[in-house]
Design a protein around this ligand. Structure first.
Ligand code: ADP
Ligand code: ASP
Ligand code: MG
Length: 408
């Protein structure tokens, strides 16, 4: 008998009918002899609706109250799902994050899970119940409700699987696995049988929202067996594996993209020690995260410096940089919030040359101008104008033949 943690996302519990279907799936898992803990999201659209309500009251709503509000979506789903199970004669009990002692730090709206006391869940499982837990939420040490950031139910599920030492954590969603890229953008994207943990971490951090990045981090840290599957049809889904040494890895596993980027450039700053710090120090102090950074070769004692931030932070970053430019006597500040980042990800890149040139040629052949480039061992990212996002992703998907399974 196995212990399985299942998580159903917003679309998968988007209506009463779908919640009833989830109940049927849970009962099937129990009949197969498994103990089941299930984590659910708010019904689709609900979290967005709540966020919109908050913003109708205040441009920057109080973070504590924001969490009290947006965590309510999940509470609706846990109760409805438990009712559907009980109606079918399956003992079930629902809990909020706080009730099962999901302890987080106090960073409202993006809290991190610190600890879970799983004893209550174990008692329920021993008593033969299905345990239904609200995703996306916890409580801080003072008992305040916290939330884990958008997509945070994935992380609740993986954290529970780790705490309970579950045999598998299954993320049920509206696609039947992790694809070579978002199938909404590239219709012939291919489902991956497996993807290494390291690649999944890169895909998530570079913008693939199929799994929240923290859930992947957690799975890696605690060795949780993680699988992404369809909530609507049977199939093996995609297994996130740790066994990369034994596998014949494709050179490129997937393409991630991120629409939430903006870029800022400060031109003609004095080329001297400490200048990067003077530019980025105030940005960091304002709690703005910087992603890519480029400093050009200096000429005539001055240099140019470009970096990217989250699009939500663009206006603030521009204000700060303009002030810094005044202090440093820089020539000009320019910015662009109509850019996107496209990234190729693959552990096979480590042992293959020529990936970057194939990438750049494919983009050039389509007339797509690359504005920034950054590389690491298993990824290459480019920044391009937003209007080229779909074309760029499709072009690269074709150029690397990702629609075809690699020859065995
Ligand atoms: P849920 O509500 O179940 O958490 P999400 O919307 O958060 O679902 O995540 C599933 C979506 O992720 C898919 O509908 C798909 O559009 C998107 N997605 C982005 N990149 C990928 C990828 N590489 N593979 C599969 N899905 C992806
Ligand atoms: N309901 C939350 C969101 O929409 C959490 C989640 O679905 O994972 O972001
Ligand atoms: Mg999600």
């Amino acid at each position: 008998m196995a212990l399985i943690v299942q998580k159903y996302g917003g679309t998968s519990v988007g209506s009463v009918e779908k919640i009833e279907q989830v109940a049927e799936k849970l009962i099937a898992a129990r009949e197969a002899g498994h103990d089941v803990v299930v984590v659910v999201s708010a019904m689709s659209g609900e979290t967005n609706r709540l966020i919109e309500l908050a913003h109708r009251i205040a441009e920057n709503p109080d973070p504590r109250e924001y969490d009290v509000l947006v965590s309510t979506g999940e509470q609706v789903t846990i109760a409805l799902l438990s009712m559907a199970l009980i109606k079918r004669g399956c003992p079930a009990v629902s809990y909020t994050g706080s009730q099962v002692h999901i302890l987080t730090d106090d960073a409202h709206t993006k809290a991190r899970i610190l600890d879970i006391d799983e004893s209550r869940i174990r008692d329920d499982l021993n008593a033969g119940r299905v345990v239904v837990v609200a995703g996306f939420q916890g409580r801080d040490e003072h008992g305040n409700i916290t939330t884990l950031g958008r997509g945070g139910s994935d992380t609740t599920a993986v954290a529970l699987a780790a705490a309970l030492q579950a045999d598998e954590c299954q993320i049920y969603t509206d696609v039947d696995g992790v694809y070579t890229t978002d199938p909404r953008v590239v219709p012939n994207a291919r489902r991956l049988e497996r993807i290494t943990f390291e690649e999944m971490l890169e895909m998530a951090s570079l913008g693939s929202k199929v799994l929240q990045i923290r859930s992947v981090e957690f799975a890696g840290k605690y060795n949780v067996r993680l699988r992404v599957l369809s909530a609507f049809e049977d199939g093996p889904g995609t297994l996130i594996t740790f066994e990369e040494e034994n596998m014949e890895n494709p050179v490129i596993s997937g393409i991630a993209f991120n629409r939430d980027e903006a870029k800022l450039t400060i031109l003609g700053v004095p080329d001297q020690p400490g200048v990067a710090y003077r530019i980025l120090g105030p940005i960091g102090e304002a709690n703005i995260e910087v992603d890519m950074i480029i400093q050009n070769i200096g000429a005539d004692g001055t240099t140019d410096f470009t970096f990217t931030v989250h699009r939500n932070d663009y206006e603030r970053a521009l204000g700060i940089l303009t002030r810094t430019a005044g202090e440093l006597g820089a020539r000009e500040v320019v910015g662009d919030d109509n850019i996107v980042k496209i990234s190729l990800v693959g552990v096979g890149m480590r042992s293959h040359a020529g990936i970057a040139s194939t990438m750049f040629k494919a983009l050039a052949d389509e007339g797509i101008n690359i504005r920034m480039i950054s590389t690491s061992e298993i990824k290459i990212s480019v920044v391009v104008d937003e209007k080229y996002l779909e074309l760029g992703v499709r072009t690269l998907h074709d150029a690397f033949h990702l629609e075809q399974a690699p020859a065995a």
